[in-house]
Design a protein around this ligand. Structure first.
Ligand code: DQA
Length: 151
């Protein structure tokens, strides 16, 4: 059986993690988060790839590609597009991929414009406010989901 695969998507400005507003987003760099996720996935014999873009179009194109490349699960931090992007929502719905939405900060404890997500109601779940650890918890869940079925 081919290895299961997980795609981790990071939206705009997350390339600046480590430098950007550490009071909200912590000190861990995106590279370090991706490396930790890749190591953990490898131990579970899962292929994991990560993609960051500041462009909504690139994120939509990457999601559309799931229709043919067989990604089994998506972990996505859409960043600011969480609050604006019907296009990313529609792409995730179109490819019918199970996904978890992750935010480093607790978006519900911040400005009112951050408190609405265009993705949350179609996500399996949302992790918000647990910093970089949120990605690892999402990976634990995704690993169980794709190896043992819905949990
Ligand atoms: C974020 C929260 C968003 O509101 C913000 O625009 C981001 C990051 C988070 O991880 O906490 O860029 O998604």
């Amino acid at each position: 059986m081919p290895a299961k695969s997980i795609l981790v998507l990071h939206g705009p400005n997350l390339n600046l993690l480590g430098l950007r507003e550490p009071q909200h987003y912590g000190n861990t760099t995106l590279e370090s988060i991706n490396q930790t996720l890749a190591d953990k996935a490898r131990q579970a014999n899962i292929e994991l790839s990560a993609f960051q873009s500041n462009s909504e179009a690139d994120l939509v194109t990457k999601i559309q590609a799931i229709a043919t490349n067989g990604v089994d699960f998506v972990i996505i931090n859409p960043a600011a597009y969480t609050h604006t992007s019907v296009a990313i929502r529609d792409a995730l719905s179109a490819v019918k991929v199970p996904f978890v939405e992750v935010h480093l900060s607790n978006i519900h404890a911040r400005e009112s414009f951050r408190q609405h997500s265009y993705l949350s109601d179609i996500a399996i779940g949302v992790i918000s406010g647990l910093g970089a650890q949120g990605y690892l918890l999402a990976l634990d869940y995704a690993t169980q989901y794709i190896t043992q079925g819905e949990c």
